[in-house]
Ligand binder design. Structure first.
Ligand code: MG
Ligand code: ZN
Length: 214
């Protein structure tokens, strides 16, 4: 079927460019994170809290991916961090070609860490490598604890799984141990970090992990 062939070609081209990006990141010693989740899980809020804590010690840059608006890039720019917004105009994921274009608008000199906030979507971003070192998937407690088994590919490719909004656990039907069991079914090597980007609870575990990566 021709549709399958076209998609495969798109993915092959993506992997080719992702490999190109990866060699640039390695050469420049930039640690790159691809941050993934459904819309509204708190990617940008976690990024803001993270930047606030690390920007004095680590030189950071951010690429924001959104279907429309540059609202998230504006939020990041407040922290005086180099940031580029990719507007996909309806596209439901970032790909390596978009990231390669975005890099042209970023000065990478001296940058040690690059966060790429992907479009909020647990489906196709899992298939598009962006040359990153680690994929971080964020789930919030306002979503179902069955997310890992409903979107297995995302959890299979992720390195770290952040459970966000733990301050709401008393008010929602989210069972943390069920969630862990579901995630381990698809990826036994997944590392879990639980936090609340809003209250700051658990944030130290995430920051500790981040600093260990450099
Ligand atoms: Mg966002
Ligand atoms: Zn997509």
């Amino acid at each position: 079927m021709s549709i399958i062939t076209v998609e495969r070609k798109v993915l092959e081209k993506n992997d080719e460019v992702a490999a190109e990006l990866k060699s640039i990141f390695i050469k420049r010693k930039i640690f790159v994170l691809n941050v993934l989740s459904s819309p509204g899980s708190g990617k940008t809020t976690l990024l803001e809290k993270t930047l606030k804590q690390i920007k004095e010690d680590i030189k950071v840059a951010v690429i924001e991916g959104d279907v429309q608006t540059d609202y998230d890039a504006q939020r990041i720019a407040k922290y005086k961090i180099p940031v580029v917004q990719i507007v996909t105009n309806g596209g439901c994921h970032l790909d390596a070609l978009l990231v390669r274009d975005a890099l042209k608008s970023l000065t990478l000199d001296g940058i040690q860490m690059l966060f790429i906030e992907n479009v909020g979507n647990l489906v196709c971003p899992a298939s598009y490598d962006l040359g990153e070192h680690k994929k971080i998937v964020i789930v919030s407690t306002t979503e179902g604890d069955d997310k890992p088994v409903k979107y297995p590919k995302m959890f299979r490719v992720a390195d770290v799984c952040i459970l966000n909004k733990i301050d709401l656990l008393a008010y929602v039907d989210f069972d943390v141990s069920t969630f862990h069991a579901n995630a381990k079914k698809v990826n036994p090597n997944l590392l879990f970090i639980e936090l609340s980007a809003k209250t700051g609870a658990g944030l130290e575990d995430w920051l500790k992990w981040l600093k260990e990566q450099l």
